[in-house]
Ligand binder design. Structure first.
Ligand SMILES: [Cu+2]
Ligand SMILES: [Zn+2]
Length: 176
């Protein structure tokens, strides 16, 4: 084939189109998301869902809840097992803790990968939740997909071991 300038231009255009398509796919794969629909547990009336969206090294966590005790804080964590089958959600195991750390506030030096800030409910027992966290991920060895998000009746005190003394597990959802 003769390598004239028009042919070269055409070939380059095809390559640019192909590369653009590949780049678009790559960007899509680099921003994974996941969600969990909560099942009420321990005899609670909790309803809710939690969404996770990866942005670089951070995960944006958003959630909506109803049926909580009004005007109160409630612990919420990632638990290690994606098993919400038991009535008290104990089947979900302990806090996700691949680094074998102590339980604590996500803003302090020592905390589990699965630790999160408390939910705050309003006067009607509803809550909107939003937190940007870097202690877990949707990809790699800190990944939470396939694990469970658990909501508790009481506040996490961010100190007591091994789980912040946040009381019964009133909701559990598989992260997928
Ligand atoms: Cu928990
Ligand atoms: Zn913990």
């Amino acid at each position: 084939m003769i390598n004239n300038p028009v042919n070269t231009l055409l070939k380059n255009s095809v390559w640019i189109a192909l590369l653009s398509t590949l780049t678009a796919c790559q960007v899509f794969q680099d921003t994974p998301s996941a969600s969990a629909v909560l099942q009420s547990k321990s005899g609670s009336n909790l309803n809710g869902s939690v969404n996770f969206s990866q942005s670089g090294m951070k995960v944006l966590v958003t959630g909506t809840f109803s049926g909580l005790k009004p005007n109160a804080e409630h612990g919420i964590h990632i638990h290690e097992k994606g098993d919400c089958s038991s009535l008290d959600a104990m089947s979900a195991g302990g806090h996700f803790n691949p680094a074998n750390s102590k339980h604590g506030n996500v803003q302090s030096a020592s905390h589990h990968a699965g630790d999160m800030p408390n939910i705050m409910s309003d006067a009607n027992g509803n809550a909107n939740y939003k937190a940007t966290l870097s202690n877990f991920s949707l990809v790699g060895d800190q990944a939470i997909i396939g694990r469970a998000v658990v909501v508790h009746r009481d506040p996490d005190d961010y100190q007591s071991q091994p789980a912040g003394n946040s009381g019964p597990r009133i909701g559990c959802g598989l992260i997928r």
